[in-house]
Write a protein that binds this ligand. Structure first.
Ligand SMILES: [Zn+2]
Length: 222
C-alpha cells in the first residue's frame, strides 16, 4: 500500500508574471511551496524539502541579496519541513530517502555530509516501478519530477518546478527565469501527456488554486 501526503513547506510572494511569462508584470502573488511524503512498504521518500525555516526569520542570510529582490518569504510558523513531517508523526530519521527536484545555488542548503547519489535519467526508487523519478530538465539542467503509481487507477505526478501552475501547462507558457526554454517545453509536453493521455493526477509546483483544494497531511492525497 502506497500513500502520498502533501506538505506545505513554505509560502513565497513574487510577481505573477515571473511564473507565467506572458502576463503583465506588477501583480504580486503568494504561492505555496509544496513537498510530498511517499510512504512505501520499503520505506519513506520525501520529495523536495521546501524553504528552510531560517528564511522566514532572516531572509537575507539564507537566500542572499539577489533572490530577496525577486521574492518575499511569507511562510508562517510550522510551514517548513520538520514540523510538517511531525503532522504525520514522523521525524527526519523516519525518512529513508530524500529526493530534491532541483537545488538552487546556496551551498548552505546542500553542502552537508549526507550520502548523496547523483542520478542521470529515470530512477526507480524502490525497484518495483511504483515510485519513479523522471528527468524533466529545463528549469535547471538536472531537474526531476516524481511519478507515483499508487494503484491501478491511481497515478500521481509531482511536477515541482518543471511546471509551476496549471495555467503554464494548459496554455503552454513558461516562466521567466529558467535554464533552457526548448528543453523545458519538451519536459512540459512530457508531463502534459502523463496528465492528459495517461490520466495521471498532476501536482504543480506552486499553484495556489490547486493547493486550496489539496488534502493536507495528515490526510493523504491518495
Ligand atoms: Zn526552482
Amino acid at each position: 500500500m502506497i500513500n502520498v501526503y502533501a506538505l506545505c513547506t513554505g509560502s513565497i510572494e513574487l510577481d505573477r508574471a515571473s511564473m507565467v511569462s506572458d502576463l503583465t508584470p506588477g501583480q504580486p502573488w503568494t504561492v505555496p511551496v509544496v513537498s510530498f511524503l511517499v510512504s512505501h512498504p520499503r520505506g519513506k521518500l520525501l520529495f523536495d524539502t521546501g524553504v528552510h525555516c531560517q528564511a522566514r526569520l532572516d531572509p537575507l542570510a539564507r537566500l542572499g541579496p539577489e533572490r530577496i529582490k525577486r521574492l518575499t518569504v511569507k511562510s508562517r510558523e510550522g510551514e517548513d519541513v520538520v514540523p510538517q513531517l511531525a503532522r504525520l508523526g514522523l521525524t527526519p530519521d523516519d525518512v529513508r530517502f530524500v529526493a530534491n527536484s532541483h537545488l538552487h545555488p546556496s551551498p548552505i542548503d546542500f553542502d552537508h555530509p549526507l550520502d548523496y547519489r547523483m542520478l542521470d535519467g529515470e530512477h526507480d526508487v524502490f525497484g518495483d516501478g511504483r515510485v519513479v523519478l523522471l528527468p524533466t530538465y529545463g528549469h535547471t539542467p538536472g531537474h526531476q519530477s516524481l511519478l507515483v503509481r499508487a494503484g491501478k487507477q491511481s497515478q500521481i505526478v509531482c511536477a515541482s518546478d518543471a511546471c509551476y501552475t496549471r495555467e503554464n501547462m494548459d496554455r503552454d507558457v513558461l516562466p521567466k527565469i529558467l535554464w533552457n526554454p526548448s528543453v523545458m517545453f519538451e519536459s512540459l509536453a512530457t508531463l502534459r501527456k502523463l496528465r492528459d493521455q495517461a490520466g495521471a493526477t498532476m501536482f504543480y509546483g506552486h499553484d495556489p488554486a490547486q493547493w486550496e483544494t489539496t488534502p493536507r497531511a495528515p490526510s493523504p492525497v491518495v
